[in-house]
Design a protein around this ligand. Sequence first.
Ligand SMILES: Nc1ncnc2c1ncn2[C@@H]1O[C@H](COP(=O)(O)OP(=O)(O)OP(=O)(O)O)[C@@H](O)[C@H]1O
Length: 274
Amino acid sequence: MTNTMIKEKNDLKKNNEEQSNFKTPIVYDTQNLSLWYGQDKALKDINLSIYENEVTAIIGPSGCGKSTYLKTLNRMVELVPTVRTEGSILYRDQNIFDKNYPVEELRTHVGMVFQKPNVFPKSIWENVAYGPKIQGIKDKKELNQIVEKSLKGAAIWEEVKDRIHENAFGLSGGQQQRLCIARCLAIEPDVILMDEPTSALDPISTLKVEELIHNLKKEFSIIIVTHNMQQAARVSDRTAFFLSGEVVEYSDTNKLFSTPKDKRTEDYITGRFG
Ligand SMILES: Nc1ncnc2c1ncn2[C@@H]1O[C@H](COP(=O)(O)OP(=O)(O)OP(=O)(O)O)[C@@H](O)[C@H]1O
């Protein structure tokens, strides 16, 4: 390749990047969010935009507010009676704290995968069909199609297609976690929240889930809380570093890990604390 060709290619790439960055829609816009558990302030003036079809990683030491932030995005945190919030979170331009915005509706757009796979003591089929049934779908043929599509989407169909009516407890931990992801996909969400989804899995299952996350971002926006910095670096497009309830730094994942702007980020990613 000649120097001119290389320059043209780089210019084109830069142009595309600038254009695509410019156009990437914001899914969640968090504005001046603070949260208290009783008297204790767990989130402090958070401002964070989450972009469509990206994987956003939330990292930081234990107790810095990662899970609290994630659970605020689907308002699950409100299950704790002492919780109080200030500020706003816009989901697709709609303030999720608005009294007129039903939490049930929010949860049809936002699925969640937890640290430990929480399959129901039912068949694999029932686990996946559960959400669509609640949404009112009764037709068996349609449910069968949803179950197959979701299991394929979660890259577990081939492993379970011959035992679809067997109890989900018979699956390995890694398979159960992918089943939970399939259950999430069955409600056709817009966003998937993942709270340390691989921390209970062995390295091979972890890799499978990471590959899956990479493929799922073509259709969904994913926010993942992880303790594992290599994982954040591998799977995410952007990373937010939380510390003591604050966002210290939020940027392109490659930038955050290669040239962090804040000394505290640098100390954390180089293992000096946390
Ligand atoms: N239900 C609760 N009631 C009271 N305080 C809570 C509750 N849940 C979390 N906290 C407090 O809020 C702060 C943030 O906790 P959170 O679980 O969000 O942190 P985290 O970064 O996800 O931690 P970890 O990495 O250990 O899971 C901590 O000080 C924690 O003790």
